[in-house]
Design a protein around this ligand. Structure first.
Ligand SMILES: CC(C)(COP(=O)(O)OP(=O)(O)OC[C@H]1O[C@@H](n2cnc3c(N)ncnc32)[C@H](O)[C@@H]1OP(=O)(O)O)[C@@H](O)C(=O)NCCC(=O)NCCS
Length: 176
């Protein structure tokens, strides 16, 4: 994956130490954390610094590439790609609540999706969202994902298993 992806309004780049404060502020939000499998809640500055500190090795090991989603105000969210042992690559994202419903998740995820498809092949890209996360379902459907099934996934923030709808990129939509 390229280190930097530019879109019309956003720059996606590796997380930096200086992002810690905004990351902790925007991520420490139940409305964000409750929809994500791995984001802890509450989300402290220590957690932010630890996550930022792990990025380089995560990228080098090839397991995960997490982009900071930034605009001219700084970090506004995250969008990443996680590689699974079965050869699939799972896209995930979040946007800080003050920035919702302005198309930022769609714009960031589109850029990561294009990059990931070019690198790994569109047929390897998967995604998923909690059954009650209609906004994320909308983002993924618009990007060309289609539902494939469901599973129960552990949510770190909720400390329980959540019903999650799984998706895969529909090939014809990528070609279009
Ligand atoms: C889901 C999330 C990433 C969306 O970010 P965003 O920047 O607001 O997304 P966008 O503006 O690109 O698109 C949101 C779409 O969902 C729609 N939407 C918003 N709330 C909705 C709701 N409650 N029900 C149905 N659709 C909804 C919007 O109208 C928009 O669709 P449109 O472009 O057709 O108008 C953001 O809400 C978030 O970070 N939530 C918490 C973390 C999370 O859920 N991450 C994804 C995990 S799978």
């Amino acid at each position: 994956m390229r280190e930097e992806l530019k879109t019309e309004r956003l720059l996606l780049r590796p997380l930096e130490k200086a992002d810690a404060e905004r990351l902790a502020r925007l991520a420490n939000n139940w409305n964000v954390a409750r929809m994500l499998a791995r984001m802890p809640y509450p989300y402290s500055l220590d957690i932010a610094e630890d996550w930022i500190g792990r990025q380089k090795s995560l990228r080098e090991e090839g397991g995960e590439f997490a982009y900071a989603v930034t605009n001219d105000e700084g970090l506004i969210g995250g969008c990443g790609l996680q590689s699974h042992a079965d050869g699939t690559h799972e896209i995930g994202y979040w946007i800080g609540e003050p920035y919702w419903n302005r198309g930022f998740a769609s714009e960031a995820a589109r850029a990561v999706l294009d990059e990931a498809s070019a690198r790994f092949g569109a047929e390897t890209i998967i995604a998923g969202h909690q059954a009650d996360n209609h906004a994320s379902g909308r983002v993924l459907t618009k990007l060309g994902f289609r539902y494939t099934g469901e599973e129960h996934r552990w949510s770190v923030a909720r400390q329980e298993k959540m019903r999650c709808l799984t998706m895969r990129l529909a090939r014809r939509e990528v070609a279009a």
